[in-house]
Ligand binder design. Structure first.
Ligand SMILES: Nc1ncnc2c1ncn2[C@@H]1O[C@H](COP(=O)(O)OP(=O)(O)OP(=O)(O)O)[C@@H](O)[C@H]1O
Length: 344
C-alpha cells in the first residue's frame, strides 16, 4: 500500500482533508476511483499539508525534577506486544518547543489516555503517532518498525493506525450516509444497500437515527462528533481480515452532553478487541489512545494514563491511581485546584 501526500502551497489543510488523511492509513489501495469519486473530485484539486517547516528544537534542561516522578518500575520485559512506541520524541513549532523528549509504549490490548493541561502537546503526540507530523528528534516505532516520515504505509505492514480528529472533520459536501460509509463506497465490494444498512447501524450505535441524508452543516457540533466516531468504527464485515488496528481519539467527548458522552465512551470500549477475545468478530480495535480532559472519559474509557506536562510524560499509572497520586502536578490537575505548581 502506498499513500500520496499532496503538497499545499498555503501550508494548511481543510478539516475535510484532515479526515481524508485519517482514512488513508486504514485501507489498502486508497484511490478516488470508486463510487464516490465524482462527488469528491474536488479533493484531488486540493492538497494536504506536511508540517515540515518547524523551527529547530531546543531542549529544556530544567525539568529534571518533574521527570523524577516517573514510575519506571513498570517496564515489562516482553516487547513483542508493543504496537506503538515513542522514544525521546521532540517537536517544536517555530520557536515554541512543545515536546521535549516524550517516551512511552502502547501495548496490544491497551486502552490508554493522554491527559495534561491545554496546549501541552497532546494532539501533537497523536498526530506524530498517526504520521501526520514528523518529530524533530526521536523515533516512533509501529509494531517494532521505525516510522520513517509522514504518512507512508509500507513500513507499518500489519498495523493500521487511524486518527479521529478533535474537530470531527467531516466532508462538508457529502451527506451523513456518504461520510460514514465513505471508505466502503470507495474500497469495498459491499453493495449500496449493505452499506446503507451498516451506516444506519453504526449511527444508531452512537445514538443517532434518521440523519443519514442530512448534510454536516445541518447537525449540531456534538452530532457531527458522533458521526465522525461512527465513520471511524465502521468496517466491512463481509471480509474476515483481522489486522491489529490502533485508533487514536482526540477529545472524542469534548462538547457532548453527559449522556452522549457515556454513549461514546461505551462505544469506544465496545470496539476494543481485548487479547482474550481475538476470535470474536466484533471489537476489532487492538489498542486505542484517547486524548481527553473529561473525567468521565478517563473513568469509563481508559485503563492506563500518561500525563504530559511541559513537553514530557511526567507521570503514568492506572486510571484508579490518578486521583490518589501524590505527584503535586497530577494532584492539582485531578482536583482542578488553582493552588499548585501549574500556573495559569
Ligand atoms: N501546526 C501547528 N503550527 C504551529 N503551532 C502549533 C501547530 N499545532 C499545534 N501547535 C501549537 O502547539 C501547542 C500544542 O498544541 P496541541 O494541540 O498539541 O495541544 P493540546 O495539549 O492537544 O491542547 P488542547 O488540550 O487545548 O487541545 C499549542 O501551543 C499549539 O498552538
Amino acid at each position: 500500500m502506498s499513500i500520496s501526500v499532496f503538497k499545499n502551497p498555503n501550508s494548511q489543510y481543510s478539516p475535510s482533508l484532515s479526515n481524508f488523511l485519517y482514512t488513508l492509513p486504514r485501507w489498502n489501495g486508497f484511490k478516488f476511483t470508486g463510487r464516490m469519486s465524482k462527488s469528491l473530485s474536488w479533493v484531488k484539486r486540493k492538497s494536504i499539508v506536511c508540517y515540515s517547516t518547524d523551527g529547530v528544537s531546543s531542549l529544556d534542561k530544567n525539568n529534571s525534577s518533574l521527570s523524577e516522578n516517573l514510575d519506571l518500575t513498570k517496564e515489562i520485559e516482553n516487547e513483542s506486544d508493543v504496537l506503538i512506541e515513542c522514544k525521546d520524541v521532540h517537536k517544536a513549532f517555530g520557536v515554541k518547543q512543545i515536546l521535549k523528549g516524550v517516551s512511552f509504549k502502547i501495548r496490544h490490548g491497551e486502552a490508554v489516555g493522554i491527559i495534561g493541561t491545554s496546549g501541552t502537546g497532546k494532539s501533537t503526540v497523536l498526530k506524530i503517532i498517526a504520521g501526520l507530523l514528523t518529530p524533530d528528534k526521536g523515533e516512533v516505532f509501529v509494531h517494532g518498525k521505525k516510522r520513517v516520515g509522514l504518512v507512508s504505509d509500507e513500513e507499518f505492514l500489519g498495523v493500521r493506525v487511524g486518527l479521529l480528529f478533535q474537530s470531527g472533520a467531516l466532508f462538508d459536501s457529502l451527506s451523513v450516509r456518504e461520510n460514514v460509509g465513505f471508505l466502503l463506497y470507495e474500497n469495498s465490494r459491499t453493495t449500496d444497500e449493505q452499506i446503507a444498512k451498516l451506516v444506519a447501524e453504526n449511527l444508531a450505535s452512537v445514538g443517532l437515527r434518521g440523519v443519514e441524508e442530512c448534510l454536516p452543516s445541518e447537525l449540531s457540533g456534538g452530532m457531527k462528533k458522533r458521526v465522525a466516531l461512527a465513520r471511524s468504527i465502521i468496517y466491512d464485515n463481509t471480509t474476515n481480515a483481522v489486522q491489529p488496528e490502533v485508533l487514536l481519539y482526540d477529545e472524542p467527548t469534548a462538547g457532548l452532553d453527559p449522556i452522549a458522552s457515556t454513549v461514546v465512551e461505551d462505544l469506544i470500549r465496545s470496539v476494543h478487541l481485548k487479547p482474550d477475545d481475538t476470535n470474536k468478530k466484533q471489537g476489532k480495535i487492538a489498542s486505542y489512545v484517547v486524548v481527553t480532559h473529561q473525567h468521565s472519559t478517563i473513568r469509563r474509557a481508559v485503563d492506563r494514563l500518561l500525563f504530559l506536562h511541559e513537553g514530557r510524560i511526567i507521570w503514568e499509572g492506572m486510571t484508579h491511581e490518578f486521583t490518589s497520586s501524590t505527584n503535586p502536578i497530577v494532584r492539582q490537575f485531578a482536583s482542578g485546584s488553582l493552588d499548585g505548581p501549574i500556573i495559569y
